[in-house]
Design a protein around this ligand. Sequence first.
Ligand code: MG
Ligand code: ZN
Length: 225
Amino acid sequence: MVLVPCGGVNALLIACDFDGTITQRDTLRLIVAQYGSVEVWEEIEPRLRRGEVSLEQAMELEFAAVQATPQDVREFVRESAPLRAGFAELVEWAGDRGHRVVVLSSGFRTVIDSVLHEAGLGDLPVESHDAVFHPSGTTIRWSERGEPCGHCGRRCKRHDLGRHHDQEVVVYVGDGVSDRCAAQAADVIFARDDLARYLDEERVGFRAFEDFHDIRTALAEGEAA
Ligand SMILES: [Mg+2]
Ligand SMILES: [Zn+2]
């Protein structure tokens, strides 16, 4: 992996998914399991993977059944979804080298901010949706992601990536369905779980990763190459 094709000092834009990537576990799934209906999730998720329902439809159905206060959810997530190892170190390394890290999530701002703030990473730019948690059911507030994406037809993370991109080499780090399109707009992809399986099937090159130490090491080697 050579990140500096011209021999100059190229800055990186490192775009990271949040759920299941920055966090070890998917906070949306944890919240649904704790406060919602597991039956709804189990019925919807296979249909989502087969493309029969959109991610947005699936999430609205699942979260309508989530009954909790915002405080409940934030406390629960901080306890049950620790960060994947090495993320804070990657952010620090990137800052020292003049690279930027942005968080592109299809999850919820109130949850993400709470987790990042707890980890001392509250200054990271975050693009996400948001949710209004309530004991009678949860309403999703969809973010503006412009017109439907020309590649996947959805309002997807590729739009957010484009808004943040300023000539840097783009590194994408993700694990799930909502990363598929944006990852393929990147110069370098680090993938795991569902995203890795998908890219394998599509014969798109990527690097597997266990934690962010792997990613920092690979990026540092790429710089030196
Ligand atoms: Mg994810
Ligand atoms: Zn797209």
